[in-house]
Design a protein around this ligand. Structure first.
Ligand code: HEC
Ligand code: HEC
Ligand code: HEC
Ligand code: HEC
Length: 485
């Protein structure tokens, strides 16, 4: 049958027909095209308007107060965003290095028990989970068991925080006792943390971010819309410390160490200038700065920030439901939603994307473990030098190198995403961390030799969480295991 029809087709489509159309017909076709284009345009506009209306209801079902902390109240007006937000409750998702479940870092990696010896993180250190659990998790964690704990610890957990800051004053809020505010802080991270209740525009509610940008000479009000899609996250996913300065009336005041910039070097310079430390390491006597979770700062050094891709682009992609496009508020690992999170920009297959990410992460993990091994030995080497009789002056340089090495390692280790947010910067810092640790070891080997010990120290077995804990405790209690051969 195909054979029968083909001769006719060839005759009709000989290519010349169109060229010899009468003028009026050409004009008519052109006219028709114009009409079609205009109609399509009108359709697009109407779709956009419908989207807009769907997002911002003409009648706000229930007006939202200026400091409304209850996500359910916002949810009556914006059910899609609310329902997707509620999915941050899900805790049974696991990716190779992330996902939402309370992964126990210390079981998986006992060397961290040594690196955080004497500090809360050596007791209890779990992977973060969904925003829905922020209040519950901070209330439970063993790190906060002391009778007085800075209320500052509530800062990144709840939309009750801006409300209380408004009521009490910012300084007064930070200076309060965490436990005294427990009845007031009940709503987990939510709508008011990121949105203006009247206009639903993105808004920064945390003074620490505004102050940190101002210290760098930047005005938060000048931020572009695309920048805001990351800055709302930078209210919490950053490096920070608590400053106490009686002259300035500050007690446990939340500060981001960005005065000299957001790179690792700039932040460390800031900490060194203040001689800031979170704790003195009980094994090596080194003043340590504990990195928090500098996700935003590391992200800034990566290819996606360079190409203007925001946190929300990957972690809060668009969804479409019944023809309505809206922002998915189920903030989670993008590897659980590759199609919407990555494939909109990258035309690679899903498996290929996952393999690519896991490849970056596995390399980062390998470098991270190598740095940890060197750092742990460096802590013991300094302790061995102390046991051999080295003085505080002898150890000033090794301790400074160790402080700088450990902060570089922790900066990447404490970061979420196992290096993905900025693969090259992660490898640079882990490489430097290992190198600094090895410099400590060379310095202490010379010291030991001068003090009469030419053999290397005997390193205790720290291969399980329990063994590492016991070794660390002997140093916390002031004795320490004998390291000299
Ligand atoms: C280009 C996409 C992309 C951008 C942009 C991005 N992330 Fe990520 N993020 C990822 C990927 C991929 C992971 C790894 C997830 C995993 O291992 O399961 C991740 C992991 C995380 C995690 C840990 C989640 C988990 O389940 O382990 C957090 C928290 C996070 N990112 C926060 C941020 C913040 C904050 C920003 C902006 C400053 C940001 N991300 C920017 C892709 C991105
Ligand atoms: C008000 C502070 C705050 C803001 C704002 C915030 N986060 Fe978080 N985020 C947290 C805390 C705290 C956790 C850990 C919660 C827990 O484990 O209980 C977390 C956890 C996460 C996780 C891990 C979720 C999982 O399932 O493993 C991701 C991913 C994440 N945040 C991304 C973002 C992104 C992207 C933004 C900006 C769009 C953002 N966050 C804004 C405080 C915040
Ligand atoms: C961690 C920050 C964050 C939190 C918490 C948050 N949002 Fe959003 N929301 C965003 C971002 C980012 C966008 C995208 C805005 C843009 O690009 O203009 C958005 C967009 C929206 C929009 C505009 C329509 C759309 O879907 O794009 C509405 C409505 C909205 N959110 C409602 C809510 C509600 C209701 C809650 C609480 C249940 C909430 N948001 C919690 C960050 C947040
Ligand atoms: C809004 C667009 C956008 C989104 C969403 C996005 N990317 Fe990208 N990605 C880019 C751009 C642009 C580049 C840089 C490409 C270039 O400059 O050649 C890039 C680069 C990359 C690279 C190469 C990095 C390197 O150094 O070679 C990887 C890997 C990557 N993206 C993975 C992801 C993954 C995984 C996700 C989802 C979690 C994702 N991207 C989401 C736009 C995006």
């Amino acid at each position: 049958m195909a054979a029968e029809s083909s001769p006719n087709k060839t005759k009709a489509n000989n290519g010349k027909g169109l060229l010899w159309l009468p003028l009026w017909m050409g004009l008519a076709i052109a006219g028709l095209l114009v009409v079609v284009v205009v109609l399509l345009g009108l359709l697009a506009v109407s779709i956009m308007e419908r989207r807009w209306e769907a997002q911002r209801p003409a009648v706000v079902v229930r007006p939202i107060g200026e400091w409304e902390p209850d996500n359910a109240v916002w949810g009556q007006n914006y059910p899609r965003e609310y329902e997707s937000y509620l999915r941050t409750r899900i805790t049974d998702t696991k990716t190779k290095y992330g996902g939402s479940h309370p992964r126990d870092y210390l079981e998986a990696d006992p060397l961290q028990v040594i690196l955080f010896a004497g500090y809360g993180f050596s007791k209890d250190y779990r992977q973060a989970r969904g925003h829905y659990y922020a209040v519950e998790d901070v209330s439970k964690t063993a790190r906060l068991a002391k009778p007085f704990q800075a209320a500052t610890c509530w800062s990144c957990k709840s939309p009750d925080v801006p409300r209380l800051m408004d009521k009490m004053g910012v300084k007064e809020f930070y200076a309060a006792n965490f436990h005294d505010l427990a009845d007031e802080v009940t709503h987990p991270i939510g709508c008011q943390d990121c949105h203006d209740p009247q206009t639903l525009k993105l808004r920064i509610t945390r003074p620490a971010l505004k102050e940190a940008l101002a210290a760098m000479g930047r005005d938060i009000n000048q931020a572009t819309h695309q920048e805001m899609r990351s800055l709302v996250c930078a209210q919490c996913h950053v490096e920070y410390y608590f400053r106490t300065d009686p002259q300035a009336g500050m007690k446990n005041y939340l500060v981001f160490p960005w005065a000299q910039g957001t790179t690792l070097e700039a932040m460390l310079a800031h900490y060194d200038e203040l001689e800031f430390k979170d704790y003195v390491h009980p094994i090596s006597g080194t003043p340590i700065v504990k990195a928090q979770h500098p996700d935003y700062e590391l992200y800034l050094t990566g290819i996606h920030a360079y190409r203007n891709v925001s946190c929300a682009d990957c972690h809060m992609p668009y969804r479409t439901e019944g023809g309505v496009k809206y922002t998915d508020h189920h903030v989670r690992s993008p590897l659980l939603n590759i199609a919407n999170s990555c494939a909109v920009c990258h035309r690679w297959g899903e498996d290929e994307i996952r393999t690519r990410v896991e490849g970056i992460q596995t390399k980062t993990e390998t470098a991270k473990l190598a740095a940890e091994d060197a750092l742990v030995k460096a802590h013991f080497d300094v302790a061995a030098a102390v046991q051999a009789g080295a003085t505080v002056e002898n150890l000033a340089l090794p301790r400074k190198l160790l402080r700088h090495g450990q902060f570089r390692w922790d900066f990447i280790s404490a970061n979420n995403g196992m290096g993905f947010h900025s693969a090259q910067e992660s490898m640079r810092l882990l490489g430097e961390a290992a190198n600094l640790a090895q410099q400590v070891r060379v310095e202490t080997a010379h010291l030991l030799a001068r003090l009469g010990t030419t053999q290397s120290p005997t390193y205790p077995d720290v291969s399980t969480r329990e063994k590492a804990w016991e070794v660390a405790q002997t140093f916390v209690e002031g004795k320490g295991v004998n390291l000299l051969p």
